[in-house]
Design a protein around this ligand. Structure first.
Ligand SMILES: [Zn+2]
Length: 302
């Protein structure tokens, strides 16, 4: 069977960081394209990286269809959407998946982003057929791809996704924080998501549920925003030190790890240092898997 192709269009957390300091790994915010053989493309998150992906799609002479999954609605995950030109081209068809927030559904959340106060073109004037599908924790099937969604430990309602097809799986967790205090000396406790009833199963099981969610994945793309000393100052911000990311990759016995959501203050050399330390920690665990930083433009096949 043809491989699943994963392409990184944006790898940065929080805010785009153009300039010479980030040339190698890239400055665009979160956007990853996953192509399963023979199926309309999947796009995960619509950070500024989706703009470049859009330019590639526009070059296609055929109508395009795509499934766009939004992990959550912080700026670095949606700011590219109004600049995604294929959504303005009649004949194209995109379905946007994401969580409702309390008292605001997905359609309203994205429509508000394109309110005339913020952007000159309204979502209903986009031209392509754009549909919205609210999702909750659970599993859905799209064109034979099994998509599992789980809420992560990040302020607000933030999904991690597991995409499985043909016996292979890719897990995307862009923003997530440890559930336990062992990763910090800080007085501040990591705050486990305290949401309503529908999340209770996850809140009860906490990290065990996360390990089960990523277990055996062929590729884990996970938040690795901080060094442990940075995390000390940022407990409850919803991001992970590399130590945690490596440890859960080992516990989940994943087959490949990509360090994702680079801190906007980390230049290329700093990301290199993070990669070295992550590989060293994997060696200490006696767990030999490929471990690389997400790099804009890079393609992985599994
Ligand atoms: Zn983010």
């Amino acid at each position: 069977m043809d491989p699943i192709k994963i392409k990184f269009w944006g790898v940065r957390g929080s805010i785009p960081t153009p300039g010479p300091r980030t040339l190698r790994y890239g400055g665009n915010t979160s956007c990853v394209e996953i192509t399963f053989p023979g199926i309309p493309r999947f796009i995960v998150d619509a950070g500024s990286g989706i703009r470049e992906l859009g330019k590639e799609l526009l070059a296609s002479p055929n109508p395009e269809k795509g499934h766009i999954f939004l992990s959550h609605f912080h700026w670095d995950h949606i700011q590219g959407l109004p600049f995604f030109k294929p959504a303005f081209k009649p004949g194209n068809h995109f379905i946007i998946y994401g969580s409702d927030e309390p008292n605001v559904d997905l359609t309203k959340i994205i429509s508000m982003q394109m309110d005339p106060i913020y952007f000159p073109v309204a979502i209903q004037d986009m031209g392509a057929k754009v549909e919205f599908q609210s999702i909750q924790e659970g599993t859905i099937d799209i064109d034979g791809v099994e998509v599992q969604s789980r809420y992560m430990n990040h302020p607000g309602y933030t999904f991690g996704f597991r995409f499985s097809h043909g016996g292979k799986s890719v897990v995307y967790i862009s923003d997530n924080e440890p559930f336990r205090q062992e990763y910090t000396q800080s007085e501040v406790q990591p705050k486990t998501v305290t949401l309503e009833d529908r999340f209770e199963s996850f809140v009860d099981n906490k990290e065990e549920a996360l390990i089960e969610f990523i277990a055996g994945a062929d590729l884990l793309i996970h938040d690795t925003q901080y060094f442990p000393e940075e995390y000390e100052q940022r407990v409850t911000w919803g991001h992970s030190p590399y130590t945690y990311t490596v440890d859960i990759a080992v516990k989940g016995q994943v087959k490949q790890l990509i360090l994702f959501h680079h801190d906007p203050d980390h230049d290329d050399a700093t990301v290199d240092k993070m990669v070295d330390l992550s590989r060293e920690r994997l060696r200490k665990h006696n767990y030999a898997i490929p471990c690389n930083p997400a790099q804009e433009g890079a393609v992985i096949e599994i």
